[in-house]
Design a protein around this ligand. Structure first.
Ligand code: 8LK
Length: 404
């Protein structure tokens, strides 16, 4: 390089070493951030985002630390299911919140004032020892309490937008370890867990229908299955404020496994079967049943049989191995082979033959896989908008490493 001085001509090598590339890179990044910040602070847009992030630099730092989900993006930008926003884009006639015709449903209103969300808000305020006001939001976003606050926002959003939860049915034979599996997910605040209402089946106005059914199936199977279907329908229709709903069995396994078995084995009279089947068809076509994923706990019937003996639920002690084998075949034909009945959602198959003490460890390892798969599956599924169409894709398998 030739450098022309005023009077002298100096020939010298370029002094790149005096100025490290990292320094140049950092300077450019800081200058960009400064310019971004200047436009962000002085601009008139992004009023909602400014509630969470006072400046672009803070936003840049915090957003990298939190997981971005579509719900979070919606309430941090206001671009989502808020009436005020929807009305602006002509997707709704009225910007009002359900609490008051004269108040617009906006992010600050929902998070800070609306009485509909007062219960969740008071709970948050008591837990954190704060009063949730406008200026507190940005403080919470850069504090250790951020995750708790985001959870509150997310729940309020779900309640407001009445977003449908991601609904998972946990299916499997008697003794397949469904209870252990479900108990593992009890720790997650974002999951609503609905276990089989066995106690209701054991005590309907003082009558133990489960016991009556096992003791005299041909007399009681019809009444028992009719009541099971009713309690299952109640679970399907129960509203949740969490983004995920995990249900033990479904109205589908009631019909395609248990009732089907009773019909094929002659326990149910064809007329009794016809009544149950008509009820099922009516529910299936007339009532929207959410189904996003089925987790199938696949078990060897012999292992399920041993578990039933060990758990010693009094009513089940008469259950023969042959019954479990037949139920197993029905589950397989419905969820894996797809040779019988329709499958209402994609299926995740888990090898659940492990010993119960080991299986919890195994579920811990697979929980992220299960939840992430859950999201992936829905995003890929062509049926996500019409879950009632039968699913034809092959089941997804999660095979634990340890085997008995
Ligand atoms: O799951 C608890 C007990 O209830 C077990 O012994 C099997 C029995 N049961 C049944 O006979 N029919 C059923 C279910 C459970 C669940 C559904 C949907 N249908």
């Amino acid at each position: 390089m030739v450098w022309q001085g005023g009077r002298t001509k100096i020939k010298a090598k370029a002094g790149y070493d005096l100025c490290p590339v990292s320094f140049v890179r950092r300077s450019i990044r800081m200058a960009t951030l400064d310019e971004w910040d200047r436009r962000y602070v002085t601009g008139e847009t992004a009023a909602v985002t400014k509630l969470f992030f006072p400046n672009a630099v803070a936003a840049y730092r915090i957003v990298r630390k939190i997981e971005t989900t579509n719900i979070r993006t919606q309430f941090m930008t206001g671009h989502g299911g808020f009436s005020e926003y929807l009305e602006r884009f002509k997707c709704k006639d009225n910007p009002a919140c359900i609490c008051d015709q004269d108040i617009s449903e906006t992010v600050p209103h929902v998070l800070l004032e609306c009485p509909v969300f007062a219960q969740e808000r008071v709970q948050l305020e008591t837990e954190l020892g704060i009063k949730l006001e406008k200026h507190v939001v940005k403080e919470l976003m850069s504090s250790k309490q951020r995750d708790r606050f985001l959870r509150y926002s997310q729940r309020s959003y779900h309640k407001m937008a009445n977003t449908k939860p991601f609904t998972v049915f946990v299916e499997g034979n008697i003794g397949s370890g469904k209870t252990t599996f479900l108990e593992h997910f009890r720790q997650f605040e974002d999951i609503t867990l609905l276990t089989e209402p066995v106690e209701e089946w054991r005590n309907l106005r003082g009558w133990n229908l489960l016991d009556l059914m096992y003791k005299d199936p041909s007399k009681w199977a019809m009444a028992f299955q009719a009541y099971v279907s009713l309690t299952m329908l109640d679970m399907h229709r129960r509203p949740t404020t969490t983004p995920v709903k995990l249900m033990e069995r479904s109205i589908y396994s009631a019909r395609y496994c248990f009732v089907e078995h009773m019909q094929r084995s002659g326990i149910l009279h064809p007329a009794q079967f016809a009544v149950l089947d008509e009820w099922f068809r009516f529910i299936h076509t007339e009532i929207p049943i959410e189904a996003d994923l089925i987790v199938y706990l696949k078990t060897d019937p012999k292992i399920a049989y041993e578990r039933i003996k060990r758990r010693a639920r009094s009513e089940e002690q008469c259950v023969p191995l042959s019954y479990l084998e037949e139920l197993h075949k029905l589950h397989e034909d419905w969820l894996v082979n797809r040779t019988f009945a329709e499958c209402p959602a994609p299926v995740l198959v888990i090898d659940a033959d492990l010993d119960l003490s080991q299986i919890t460890e195994e579920y811990k390892k697979t929980e992220h896989q299960i939840l992430r798969k859950a999201v992936d599956v829905v995003m890929r599924s062509p049926n996500k908008l019409s879950p009632k169409k039968p699913i034809t894709s092959s089941p997804i398998k999660i095979i634990p490493q340890i085997r008995l």
